[in-house]
Design a protein. Structure first.
Length: 152
């Protein structure tokens, strides 16, 4: 009997497509890091800091290290490097002046917008073609995959 491949079904095709998207986004992030003399972890840190700012959450070095899977020394070196490059700054917490938080500098935001802006605009344009029900389904799927990946 000839070796026939079973039909993977639309679900597995979508999972494979998601993997391909993740690979392409990783390569895109690596190009950004390379063009700006950054380590890929620097890019991940800036993304984590911008996500926290969008959520209205302060990010201490401890929280940042936890989000990136770094130890204390590695996180300090990362923040020192980004601070020297003018990408982030350490500031006192609004709610507790004893606490130091890390914020993304506007220069880093502008650099990111210049590089990632066209990709973001394309993604937003694609999403504008879907209705609210479809957007909810896409959001639910992506949230579920993100949570599953975070669980490891």
């Amino acid at each position: 009997m000839p070796n026939q491949k079973a039909d993977p079904g639309p679900e597995l095709e979508i999972v494979h497509l998601l993997r391909a998207v993740a690979v392409e986004l990783g390569l895109h992030n690596a190009r950004f890091a390379n063009q700006n003399d950054m380590h890929p972890t620097d890019v991940r840190a800036l993304i984590a800091l911008m996500d926290a700012a969008r959520a209205g959450t302060e990010m201490t070095t401890g929280r940042l290290g936890g989000a990136l899977g770094l130890n204390s020394a590695g996180t300090t070196a990362l923040v020192d490097r980004l601070e020297r490059a003018g990408q982030v700054r350490r500031v006192r917490s609004e709610g507790d002046r004893r606490k130091v938080v890390v914020e993304v500098d506007q220069r880093a935001v502008a650099l990111g917008q210049a590089f990632f802006g066209p990709l973001i605009e394309s993604a937003v344009g694609l999403l504008q073609g879907y209705d609210e029900r479809e957007l909810a389904a896409i959001r639910g799927f992506l949230d579920g995959v993100r949570e599953a990946a975070a669980e490891g």
